[in-house]
Design a protein around this ligand. Sequence first.
Ligand code: COA
Length: 332
Amino acid sequence: MPYSKIAALGHYVPEQVVTNAYLSTLMDTSDEWITERTGIKERRWIDPAKDTVANMSAKATRMALERAGLKEKDIEFIVFATITPDYFFPGSGVLLQRELGLEGIGALDIRNACSGFIYALSVADQYIKTGMYKTILVVGAEIQSTALDVTTRGRNTAVIFGDGAGVAILQAADKPGILSTHLHADGRFAEELYVRDPGSSRPREERQPEQILDTTHYKVVMNGNQVFKHAVTRFTEAIEEALQANNLRKDDISLLIPHQANLRISQFIQQKMELSDSQVYNNIMRYGNTTAASIPIAMSEAWAEGKIKENDLICLAAFGSGFTWASALLRW
Ligand code: COA
């Protein structure tokens, strides 16, 4: 049975930089509050006249293809993680496939929020291991800015989320690159972090224009305290589960790339697991929480900065809406 490895990474973030100072002009917040609670200094927002989830992903893909010396036609399948697709349906996988001129190849969408990229990686890993495909494009991409409530009413979530896209090209290999993936979910907490509408299970009469004007549609509801508490526990469990399954220790980790949920969550995990600063990569300060895109953007940047080298042990971990959480261990 073949193994799978990441052959290349790529990312794209929109040009528009949105600082905490700018957000303070839209709502009652401050750079001090945002920095202290989340570590975020700025994030990127798309220009709706230019960017879509699909074309941001295409740009990230082209970066990865160039780095790997591959062509679009080498891609045999797409696994696309997003909770903010360009259309309610179809998913973003088919739109990216069209952008890349790859008509005919399969495209699968995954909706596991902040854990979406690791779920997508796990699916692609299994397809490669069974021999079904040899080269798979794995994507995490989000446009969240267009749905954020950027008034004081929405300030507990509007300051956190940002836009961007990241990809990994997964290929068959003769020795293990992806050592393991572990996936978890607990739907009892679905409503602790969710967007209710446009959901399908309510009567037609509830879908009134006032609801849309009232921003009930796409409104992110988050119980920040609950999310924080569960995140710090589940992140650590998922990392330890991955290490145990591979008979490895935390000292063996060359670089932990956690989903960029909140700098305080990353710091908490680092402290709890007694990892050094050089063992943990964070870029949330510059991009905010880009949900499914955060891990591939961070991995792509870490690689470009020379922080991922041959033979390194890379650990990915995520937690988010669902609740879902997951980890992956990779030998580079
Ligand atoms: N600017 C200023 N004040 C704000 C604010 C903002 N952007 N957002 C909320 N506040 C206010 C609240 O209204 C509240 O005011 P009050 O005390 O007068 O009622 C106060 O700040 C404290 O709110 P609280 O929600 O208790 O703050 P917190 O310390 O829990 O921090 C989060 C809020 C969201 C930063 C924090 O809970 C968190 O990081 N949770 C995890 C979220 C996360 O990671 N989500 C993504 C998961 S993938």
